[in-house]
Design a binder for this molecule. Structure first.
Ligand SMILES: CC(C)(COP(=O)(O)OP(=O)(O)OC[C@H]1O[C@@H](n2cnc3c(N)ncnc32)[C@H](O)[C@@H]1OP(=O)(O)O)[C@@H](O)C(=O)NCCC(=O)NCCS
Length: 166
């Protein structure tokens, strides 16, 4: 198995992995609205491949804005690991690597919508001051600050940086 940066030719296989992990209705999830017209950060978008090149894991990170500020904030997701390889540490590796590269690239915080019991081991916790597109369960909005003090400055609506009507 190997980990590498996602390439354009990986895209179709990743879409199949995501459909299997989240179901075909996944693009109706509220966090997908933040990806419309947006582009994942290439250096942070990684895949896990088996020796034959079959993709068994994927993670992407997207730039977002919070409120009227220009803090460098990422949206983590989707992350998925093929069901035959779950529980092998692939998800943890993709998340930990993503966090560490994001720090190196001077991103200030990471947001995601997910289960706190899973993401707390990477330092994520519920943040109540930011608002995701509805419907999003506020108890699943999680934040990890990468630079000290950023978290308390994140207040307001989370948006795609390229959307109109900011
Ligand atoms: C969530 C996911 C990415 C984790 O990847 P993974 O490679 O299986 O994770 P790891 O092997 O690093 O960690 C597995 C551990 O996390 C736990 N875990 C997985 N999902 C969890 C969740 N939603 N809540 C709490 N714990 C969870 C497992 O029980 C396991 O615990 P253990 O180590 O004590 O046995 C993977 O299960 C997956 O693709 N799920 C379907 C898609 C999904 O739900 N994505 C996340 C959306 S927020």
């Amino acid at each position: 198995m190997r980990f590498e940066i996602e390439k354009p030719e990986d895209c179709t296989e990743i879409e199949v992995l995501l459909d299997n992990a989240f179901g075909l209705g996944r693009t109706n999830l509220s966090s997908y609205q933040l990806r419309i017209g947006n582009q994942p950060i290439n250096e942070l978008s990684m895949v896990a491949k088996e020796a034959d090149g079959f993709i068994i894991g994927s993670i992407r990170f997207w730039p977002v804005t919070v409120g009227q500020n220009n803090y460098k904030v990422l949206l983590l997701g989707p992350i998925a690991v093929h069901h035959t390889h779950q529980g092998e540490g692939i998800g943890s590796y993709l998340i930990s690597e993503g966090i560490s590269k994001a720090r190196e690239l001077d991103w200030e915080a990471i947001l995601l919508v997910g289960d706190e019991p899973y993401y707390s081991k990477f330092g994520f916790s519920v943040i109540k001051t930011v608002e995701f597109p509805p419907p999003t369960d506020p108890n699943r909005i999680l934040c990890l600050e990468l630079t000290e003090g950023t978290r308390e400055l994140l207040i307001g609506k989370v948006r795609c940086p390229f959307s109109r009507g900011r």
